[in-house]
Design a protein around this ligand. Structure first.
Ligand SMILES: Cc1cc2nc3c(=O)[nH]c(=O)nc-3n(C[C@H](O)[C@H](O)[C@H](O)COP(=O)(O)OP(=O)(O)OC[C@H]3O[C@@H](n4cnc5c(N)ncnc54)[C@H](O)[C@@H]3O)c2cc1C
Length: 412
């Protein structure tokens, strides 16, 4: 059977099918007992999996239609951010933000609350204004902002049906300037977390939680690097990869302003992102607790170092989407890129969770974590409402799987 992008999970499903139309998709969903949508396979667990059939939407006819009146784009669910961004930029349009890589499918990213960085930037799911889905009986249904079920339906983890079309907010195209810094000391970060993270439109810190913050990437929308530098960090004159052995040629342009879609993601669409042989984890901590999270991770930094390639710290603005990592609160996101050594990663993840759970951390649904429903219920105030919504939409549990059973509980 096929496996995910990182190669750490082989899908249990009996088949992966690629319908060529929404009518065919409806037929596949209606005629199979268990079905799940599969995106571009970038999540790091059995989240998309099923004991039945996986459906990929890349075979649907492509739709990318901008409506300048409502400032939205309607897009078919098999499209990736790389393709959408390219088409939008050609027409003079933009999205508010991107994740670290544009290779992701839009529907999968939206279903998992995928995000970029920026104090004023919400997760990518928050730009959705409407969605069209195929429900368990093969019938299509729609939900739009303003509908009672909308806020519960966007970050859906694939549990409410197969999304075949999304409508997203757009804005006029803009330029971004990337500036990279090295060597921000812990002393400089202490007491200045907010200032560092607000140094640009989108800011990422990279660290291994030992000696210092190794790199800070600041993406400015006004075309100016941070005035007066960044405390004791030094501006880099060459393009850096966040991993010591990474190919800098895979990183998007730095030091010169450029179009949003060639700057906001860390990785170029035509290059291999990140490391490859890796597993990722990430936790959203309420923004006010970010300095405590930094201190807690520094305390365990040496214990993580055998398996940690790098860690990225970003910020995400609050939204109203029930299962979003930033539901109802601004958050700092603490990400970990691990070597692909599942047992060592599991042990490291337990350490990280011990450090961050007292701070009410929420795990990223698409990345690797060990927490079960008892703990998740405490940090996701709308988790039970989401399970109720899933029960209403899909009473037979066609879209429910082992991952959801363990993390969210029983749907039937
Ligand atoms: C190198 C790398 C870098 C990453 N960087 C970031 C980052 O910067 N920020 C971040 O937040 N995350 C990041 N991620 C994680 C990633 O965004 C999520 O795992 C996301 O789910 C990937 O989308 P996908 O299409 O690959 O999802 P898949 O793994 O294919 O599926 C994930 C979930 O989405 C559901 N789904 C997919 N398509 C549909 C559909 N049409 N209808 C209904 N449900 C659907 C699936 O059922 C499943 O539950 C990264 C991952 C990798 C591998």
């Amino acid at each position: 059977m096929a496996s995910n992008w990182a190669g750490n999970h082989t899908y249990e499903a009996t088949a992966v099918v690629r319908p060529a139309s929404v009518a065919e998709l409806s037929e596949v969903v209606a005629s199979n007992e268990k079905v799940r949508a599969l995106g571009t396979r970038h999540s790091f667990s059995d989240l998309p999996d099923t004991t039945g059939v996986l459906v990929e939407l890349a075979g649907l006819p492509e739709v990318i239609e901008v409506d300048p009146g409502s400032l939205t784009v309607s897009v078919s669910a098999g499209v990736t951010y790389a393709r959408l961004a390219d088409q939008l930029a050609r027409g003079g349009w933009a999205l508010a933000n991107l994740a670290s890589l544009p290779h992701l499918g839009i529907a999968g990213a939206v279903a998992t609350g995928t995000h970029g960085s920026g104090d004023g930037n919400r997760c990518l799911s928050a730009s959705v204004t409407a969605m069209d889905l195929v429900g368990p009986d093969g019938e299509t249904w729609s939900t739009a902002r303003g509908d009672a079920d909308f806020a519960g339906s966007v970050v859906s983890l694939g549990a409410l049906g197969v999304v075949h079309r999304l409508t997203l907010r757009v804005e006029p195209a803009y330029e971004v300037l990337g500036t990279q810094f090295t060597g921000l000391s812990w002393d400089a970060l202490d007491g200045h977390f907010d200032e560092v993270m607000s140094a640009g439109y989108s800011v990422s810190m990279f660290t291994r939680w030992t000696d210092q913050v190794d790199q800070v990437w600041v993406k400015s929308r006004d075309g100016r690097p941070p005035v007066g530098g960044l405390y004791d960090a030094v501006e880099s004159g060459t393009t850096l990869h966040m991993l010591p052995d990474g190919d800098a040629g895979a990183v998007t342009g730095q030091r010169e302003p450029g179009p949003w879609h060639e700057r906001l993601a860390h990785f170029r669409w035509d290059a291999t992102p990140s490391h490859g042989a890796e597993i990722q984890s990430e936790y959203f901590v309420p923004r006010a607790h970010a300095p405590q999270a930094v201190a807690a991770l520094r305390r365990i930094g040496r214990q993580l170092s055998g398996v940690l390639l790098t860690s990225e710290v970003r910020t995400v603005a609050a939204d109203d989407l029930w299962l979003s990592g930033a539901y109802d609160q601004d958050v700092a996101a603490f990400h970990f890129t691990w070597a692909r050594r599942p047992e060592a990663v599991h042990a490291a993840v337990e350490l990280v969770e011990e450090a961050l759970m007292p701070l009410q951390a929420r795990p990223h649904w698409g990345k690797y974590f060990s927490l079960g429903s008892c703990v998740l219920e405490r940090v996701h105030p709308k988790l039970t409402s989401f399970v109720d919504l899933a029960r209403e939409v899909d009473p037979g549990g066609k879209f429910w799987n082992g991952f959801l059973q363990h993390r969210l509980g029983d749907v039937r």
